[in-house]
Design a binder for this molecule. Structure first.
Ligand code: TYD
Length: 216
């Protein structure tokens, strides 16, 4: 069976994940790779429904462990219905957020504990981890300023968290990177979109050896 490539993109609000993912997909496709971009609910009906509950601005009473379990449940469904079949076909999968988001947001920033969040996510993902994770690091001040400038972007329940929360998210990602330096690579997301893209593609080219040969 062919085996695909699994790349995840992580980062705080306003880091530019969407722009980077679009650029990477365009470039990799231009080199004849089959690429699938997705984000966690990923158009999977059950996962979209779960996400709707999590992000609903009316759900201010949502308890932290409930939120963590819902993210893990949505992740499971998306992984099984969409990511796994694509990888089995040899597709290059780029996913906007994955398990590290739960570890940084719920485990670290919400204070549930990274180990606790790992345990429910281990159950959800059954060992299917990305080969590479690019963490787009931006200061919360700069990230939130970008979000508020872009008036076409929807503001969700988590965007409404204060700066302190987003600082914790960043610290969480930093710890994750330190504990898995081979898998998680930091990109300086305060640079221009072009510079960030150049850094990312260089890392991908180094990391995924044989990437272009496998699809010609
Ligand atoms: P989204 O609109 O996807 O934000 P972004 O464009 O920044 O990715 O909203 C997802 C929000 O959910 C975002 O604030 C991060 C948060 N989140 C978690 O807290 N835990 C998770 O496991 C995931 C996947 C997302």
């Amino acid at each position: 069976m062919k085996k695909g490539w699994f790349l995840t993109i992580e980062g705080g609000e306003g880091a530019g994940k969407t722009t980077l993912i679009e650029g990477l997909a365009r470039t990799l496709r231009a080199r004849n790779l089959r690429v699938m971009t997705t984000r966690e609910p990923g158009g999977i009906l059950i996962a979209e429904q779960i996400r709707g509950v999590i992000l609903d601005k009316a759900n201010t009473s949502m308890e932290a462990r409930t939120e963590a379990l819902l993210y893990a449940a949505a992740r499971r469904q998306h992984l099984v219905e969409k990511v796994k079949p694509a990888l089995a076909e040899g597709i290059f999968v780029i996913c906007d957020r994955f398990v590290d988001s739960s570890l940084a947001y719920q485990g670290y920033a919400r204070g549930l504990g990274i180990d606790e969040i790992w345990s429910i996510n281990r159950f959800a993902i059954e060992g299917l981890m990305p080969q590479l994770t690019l963490w787009m690091d931006i200061s919360p001040e700069a990230g939130l300023a970008r979000i508020h400038q872009a008036d076409n972007r929807e503001i969700n329940r988590l965007d409404l968290e204060g700066l302190d929360f987003h600082r914790l998210v960043r610290e969480g990602y930093m710890q994750l990177m330190e504990s898995e330096p081979n898998r998680i690579i930091r990109l300086d997301a305060e640079k221009t979109a072009q510079e960030v893209f150049n850094n990312a593609i260089e890392i991908i080219n180094q990391r995924f050896k044989g990437l272009y040969e496998s699809n010609v």
